[in-house]
Write a protein that binds this ligand. Sequence first.
Ligand SMILES: Cc1cc2nc3c(=O)[nH]c(=O)nc-3n(C[C@H](O)[C@H](O)[C@H](O)COP(=O)(O)O)c2cc1C
Length: 241
Amino acid sequence: MIDLLMNHVSIRKFKDKNVERDMVDIIIQCAQMAPTSNNLQTYTIIEVRDEGKKKELAEIAGDQPWVEEAPLVLLFCADLNRSKEFIKVDNPQIFGNAELYTVAVVDTALACQKALITAQSLGLGGVIVGGIRNDMDAVHNMFKLPELVAPLFLLCLGYPDQNPDLKPRLPQNIIHKIDYYDDTRDRELIEEYDKTMENYYSKRSSKQVKVGWTTHCQRAFSRSSRDSTGSFLRSIGFLNR
Ligand SMILES: Cc1cc2nc3c(=O)[nH]c(=O)nc-3n(C[C@H](O)[C@H](O)[C@H](O)COP(=O)(O)O)c2cc1C
């Protein structure tokens, strides 16, 4: 298990080979066994078989070809609709509060990570694609999602047809603090990590420009602010109180 976890890399190129049905069932079963807040199970997973929908999702995600090419594409949705429909609550307004939105997002992410680990243990590889949040409204309509169901990300899976290098993570001392938030060495450690990532990105790219982690993040933040996410979520009943 530790080997599997320590060797995680996202896979974006797949062999032309389908994922067997019993594998899909095990992946979903293990995802369902992820811990879930209060056993509320506030998510829905939609398997995308329709090739036309995969193509549309790839475009919405900003032309990410692996979405179309992956033999198995799972759409992970935060889902409070089931709770609202089937559970009698004193105050149905609670479904619009930030706490329950957080619960649903965390539940969904945990289930997705479990699905990915399961797939990897079966020799598959894959990538999570949050790019579909470029147009949540379009995805919501495409899958006929009801109110209080938010499409968060895809998990694209298949047999790997590439073997990328591991992507180095931040020095452990930055993300692991003891007893209080001691950030005295963070700047120095981030500078060190910037160099590590400069090296990593320069090996992956043919361009000679030096890009470290901070520049990479700066670009990511300015590229995808997705300002419509809040209003979309409110329009389907989340986060409106
Ligand atoms: C919530 C989430 C959304 C992501 N969205 C995308 C995406 O839209 N496209 C993509 O190629 N990778 C996406 N990724 C994968 C990350 O880029 C990747 O995990 C990160 O760069 C670390 O690389 P590694 O997974 O190979 O270790 C996403 C990952 C997460 C957790």
